[in-house]
Design a binder for this molecule. Structure first.
Ligand SMILES: NC(=O)c1ccc[n+]([C@@H]2O[C@H](COP(=O)([O-])OP(=O)(O)OC[C@H]3O[C@@H](n4cnc5c(N)ncnc54)[C@H](O)[C@@H]3O)[C@@H](O)[C@H]2O)c1
Length: 396
């Protein structure tokens, strides 16, 4: 169903008021053309906080939110393993869907979600925040303008404290989608796929598990080969030692300014006892109302250092735009700011344009599935210590 231009704003319901849902709530509320309509969350005190803040309903059961007629779309921000069930249920209730990354943990789950959206005539956007960052769209536009030639090689580096933030037990269990492979690499893979604009042919990856008390993948080096001959080297470490924001003027992932805090996450974590304590601390530190809205950040969001080498120029993000290095020298191109929060607001806008204006989403279910495929190939390549092609993965 396509809404008319003069229709009421689209109502958004959030499923899961944790870190992702908590950040997105005010961004939905502030987005022109959208309105926040309610939430579903299993934790009673989080529901109470949400309702006290917003005056909106927060339900214990997802189906109750989906029965609310003011909800036109949902933002699925529950743990990875719930994405399939919640997206399929939303489609069956005729709601449009944004799913957080990773789309799901298996290709069969991705297929079920795509089928459910198609069968029920609803839009499905896979909301990998960082591939919606305005800088990534600007890099695409610059390449499309013909100035730089085609991208041939991407160097991507992100060094964070990921593994030492308070975690749910399944986030530290690789068998249940824990570690960085399904949580952090999908950002880099989605960005690389969007810029290169060609299917992945194969990957060769190695992963690290350096801490027996956090026994899941915390680091990865991957070589990604695209069908058109371009490649990307994708490096990630979540071990809270080097922080690659140091190479980007101490601008944090979201575009906020930060100060160097090497080892801080590890020291904070050492004060928390046991998995229950850690899960509880996660809610306090990152749940709805904690991280909260930072407002529109002073600088553009990013996901680590990325150099895009093209046939005639190299490109990387600056604080507020792009640096372009070519035969004439170095040049900085600013990014025009929109009225909504860069990155997450752009995720919402892609869904709104699909529903209201009928513009097919760039990050649709099929695109999101490709990123899951790449993450699975990386896990398999690291386990087998050999190159894995996407065709052999599909045949498996
Ligand atoms: N794009 C980003 O920048 C970004 C950031 C954080 C998380 N994420 C993604 O968002 C998803 C959630 O991660 P998170 O870090 O917010 O986790 P989280 O643990 O902080 O929050 C998850 C929330 O979902 C709730 N929940 C669990 N099961 C539920 C159910 N059946 N019904 C309703 N609520 C339920 C939990 O109580 C919790 O409040 C993950 O898939 C993650 O990869 C994306």
């Amino acid at each position: 169903m396509t809404h008319h231009a003069n229709a009421r704003p689209l109502g958004g319901g959030i499923i899961g008021l944790g870190l992702a849902g908590g950040i997105m709530a005010p961004i939905i509320a502030e987005h022109p053309g959208l309105t926040l309509a309610g939430a579903a969350e299993t934790d009673a005190s989080t529901r109470a906080t949400f309702t006290a803040d917003t005056g909106l309903p927060a339900y214990a059961e997802v189906c109750e939110l989906l029965a609310n007629p003011t909800v036109d779309f949902v933002y699925v921000a529950t743990p990875h393993q719930c994405h399939r069930a919640h997206a399929v249920l939303a489609a069956e209730h005729g709601k449009h869907i944004i799913v957080e990354k990773p789309m799901a943990l298996s290709l069969a789950d991705c297929d079920a979600m795509i089928d459910a959206a198609n069968a029920n005539g609803v839009q499905l956007v896979i909301g990998h925040t960082h591939s919606f960052d305005p800088a990534i769209a600007a890099i695409r536009a610059l390449i499309d303008s013909g100035r730089t030639g085609a991208p041939v090689s991407l160097a991507m580096w992100n060094f964070t404290d990921f593994l030492y933030r308070p975690r749910r037990p399944e986030e530290l269990d690789s068998a249940r989608g824990g570690g960085i492979l399904y949580n952090q690499l999908p950002h880099q893979l989605d960005v690389a796929r969007l810029i290169v604009n060609s299917p992945i042919r194969s990957v060769r990856a190695a992963t690290t598990r350096l801490d027996p008390t956090r026994p899941t993948e915390g680091g990865c080096s991957a070589f990604v080969d695209f069908e058109n001959g371009a490649c990307a080297t994708v490096v990630y470490s979540g071990y809270d030692r080097f922080d690659s924001d140091e190479l980007h003027g101490w601008i944090a992932e979201g575009g906020q300014l930060k100060t160097a805090r090497h080892g801080h996450a590890r020291r904070m974590l050492s004060k928390i006892a046991g998995p229950e304590g850690e899960a509880a601390q996660r809610r306090v530190q990152f749940g709805y109302g904690a991280a909260g809205a930072h407002g529109n950040p002073p600088h553009q969001p990013h996901f680590g250092l990325m150099l895009v080498s093209c046939e005639r120029a190299d490109i990387r993000q600056s604080a507020d735009g792009l640096y372009i290095y070519d035969d004439a020298g170095a040049d900085e191109q600013p990014i025009i700011r929109s009225s909504w929060r860069p990155g997450r607001g752009d995720v919402l806008e892609e869904l709104r344009r699909a529903v209201v204006d009928g513009v097919p989403p760039l990050h649709d279910g099929t695109f999101g599935r490709g990123t899951v495929e790449a993450a699975i190939a990386i896990a398999q390549s690291a386990a087998a210590r050999r190159e894995i092609t996407i065709t052999e993965l599909a045949a498996a």
